[in-house]
Design a protein around this ligand. Structure first.
Ligand SMILES: [Ca+2]
Ligand SMILES: [Ca+2]
Length: 330
């Protein structure tokens, strides 16, 4: 694994000795002596015994829902969010289909308590290359932000954060309540080329500054880079990167292939597969600014097909049909 910290303007000493791909395992070996924690992997029952709620049924308003996508239900200003306007204008099949979303939709409470749909349409050269909008109040203002992967025909994917804001009054609507509109609040750098994609990991305060950050894996099929971003509108600012991480299999619909573990007294840990999806990393961004591999790279018995969070770890479903409980141990 190669790591660096652009925000601190310096490179972890491990990165300096890794000039080419394929040496990540060597570095992990070097770190073994300083490992203080471990990953325990045990056979488990289906879903590791956890009760898993069925995906929420989309609201009746979501008639143009993107096929194979999920609507997200919110508890704050966004009651529902979903991807709509299916289109084949960006023929990339990372998620198993060339059909992507041309619009994002939110269901909100109107001024008189009635439900109102707010629509955000992308220009023709962009789509949402994603299957679920994610809701999180990133800045703690009581309003949810919507996190979604967008793809540009020239520059590839970027992570985008949108939110509801009051609509600016116009001459025609000056006498009426103006309602709300969806606007872009922040975006990450693009992956850099057409059909280069990224897959979100999740939201946590990875650097302990009291503000939520977003983790993604950029280009998870061709050289995945775990990237941590600060939410600093109008940008999602990358501040930490680690190589040899993947959280998606090319062509699969499943996007959940990494877990964030939060334990008292520690910064959050990301458990995620390596590039071959055959072993697990446990990575934490430690003060003053460097990655710590908390455990040796943990080989799994078959390819990892899904990884979901459970207390102190993750639940893995493998390609051979087996389930494994992964626990981050002191
Ligand atoms: Ca917010
Ligand atoms: Ca933070």
């Amino acid at each position: 694994m190669k790591t660096n910290n652009p925000a601190a303007g310096r490179t972890h000493r491990g990165a300096a000795i890794l000039g080419r791909a394929g040496l990540g395992l060597s570095l992990l070996g070097l770190w073994t002596s300083c490992l203080a924690m471990g990953l325990k992997v045990e056979p488990a029952s289906v879903e590791c015994g956890a009760s898993v709620a069925a995906p929420a049924m989309p609201p009746p308003a979501a008639q143009n829902l993107l096929p194979d996508s999920q609507a997200a239900r919110g508890q704050k200003d966004v009651l529902w969010a979903w991807l709509g306007s299916p289109t084949s204008r960006y023929p990339h099949t990372a998620l198993g289909s060339p059909v992507h979303a041309g619009s994002l939709h939110a269901l909100v409470s109107g001024p008189s308590g009635t439900l109102r749909e707010v629509v955000y349409n992308l220009p023709f050269h962009r789509v949402f290359e994603d299957r679920v909008p994610r809701l999180a109040d990133l800045d703690g203002d009581g309003r949810d932000e919507i996190i979604v992967v967008e793809a540009d025909a020239i520059r590839g994917a970027a992570l985008v954060v949108l939110g509801l804001r009051p609509q600016a009054p116009t001459n025609a609507s000056r006498a009426k309540p103006s309602g709300q509109v969806l606007i872009e609040l922040a975006r990450s750098p693009h992956a850099g080329a057409p059909f280069r994609w990224l897959n979100p990991v999740g939201v946590a305060d990875f650097d302990g500054d009291g503000r939520l950050d977003i983790a993604t894996v950029t280009t998870p099929h061709i050289g995945g880079v775990l990237t941590l971003h600060h939410f600093r509108p109008p940008v999602l600012e990358p501040y930490a990167r680690a190589m040899d991480v993947s959280n998606h299999r090319m062509g699969a619909l499943e996007q959940r292939l990494a877990a964030i573990v939060e334990q008292p007294g520690h910064r959050p840990t990301v458990i995620a597969p390596d590039m071959q999806l055959r072993a697990l990393h446990a990575l934490r961004w430690e003060a003053p600014g460097q990655w710590k591999e908390l455990a040796e790279l943990k080989p799994m018995a078959a390819r990892i097909e899904r990884l979901t969070p459970v207390p102190d770890g993750a639940c893995a479903r493998l390609a051979d049909g087996a389930w494994w409980r992964v626990t981050l141990t002191p």
